[in-house]
Design a protein around this ligand. Sequence first.
Ligand code: FES
Ligand SMILES: [Fe+2]
Length: 424
Amino acid sequence: MIADYAEVIHDDRVHGSLYSDPEVFDHEMDRIFRRGWVFVGHESEVPQPGDWVTRLIGLEPVIMVRGTDRTVRVLSNRCAHRGTALCWREKGNSRVFQCNYHGWTFGLDGSLRGVPHKAGFERERAELGLDRPRAVELYRGFVFANISGDAGPLSDHLGAGGRELIDRLCDLSPTGNIRLDAGWIGHRIQSNWKMWPESDEDGYHVDFVHISMLRTTQSYYQDTIVGGEASNNSRAVDHGGGHSELDMRPGYKSQLSWLGVTREKVTEYCNAMVRRYGEARANRLLWEGPPHAFIFPNLFLAELNLARVEPLGVNLTVHYHTAVQFEGVDDQFNRRLLRQSEAALGPGSFIVADDAVTAERMQTAFAGAAVGRSSNGFGAAWIDLSRGQKRERVDEQGRRIGHVSDEVTNRAFWRRYRQMMRAK
Ligand code: FES
Ligand SMILES: [Fe+2]
């Protein structure tokens, strides 16, 4: 039993039991995934009326669906009669949702439409629609939900930092719109979900965990992230609200490094960018590329990939990723983005596999941590997050900034986490 999360989350260290204690997991599902804003999906995944995808918000199964009025809604994927899940597949298109148990049907807006043999029911139909999160909002096509409705406006949750990160990704598309319709690959990993925001935004581990990738492929990571503070000027940035970034822009040696090409190879794309933004802004966007950033608590803007984590239990997580696709470019260009995503994160690549092994090794190491929580000796299982704490600085916008290999980003995550977990 943790009386106060401040006892196990300090600015520079956190306790290992936070990854392995089932009670902590229960609190997270309530305080972070029910009471806070959570990324659900992108509206491009459901382009036509009746299109739907299934997701989890914490442990709550939901359906993200486009209605006949073209509004994107998030509905509980739990029949209002006796609770059977309505949609079993990952995606589909339906005119109504029909439950397979007793045949109740629900409209795309979640309202109850039909009850077989209804004579025995006295309740009003209006009472028996599907549950919905109290708040659903979109930002540039990204759909977020807050189940309890207590989290305030989405714009407060994202803050200027979170909005800027999403803007920087979307602005790389010549229409300003991205698509996330290339399909998701899920990796099921026996680790706590928090290993993922931590390693996604860890600029310190790449030299070690990802050495096989570095040895076998040409990567701009050589210029931007490998080798510690002596070798590059990339930055770790705490954008506030738990959102953080490994900012590799200072490390790039040429325009379009992030795409691994020169301008001649993608002329049409560059011309389309100039038409939309003008020469100066297009040049800057093409130099800077997409962010490598985390939006609290479950969305990872992984440069040209996008990832989300679904916690299934205290030591079981699914890490999903998909290739970012742009609007306003030809199919060949989007295929390039898809191939690049497959090479970086796909099942035949190194990155997720190497991070997964490390996450599972950490999880094993924390198995007994809850037992040793009160002791300070062997088994206390504190983890250290102090790297670069003394040398981080605060810029004019209030962002904490350090070298890309510093644990600024991890401290940003835990600061927000502590705040949410302490709220009673
Ligand atoms: S549980 Fe869905 S109709 Fe009975
Ligand atoms: Fe990694």
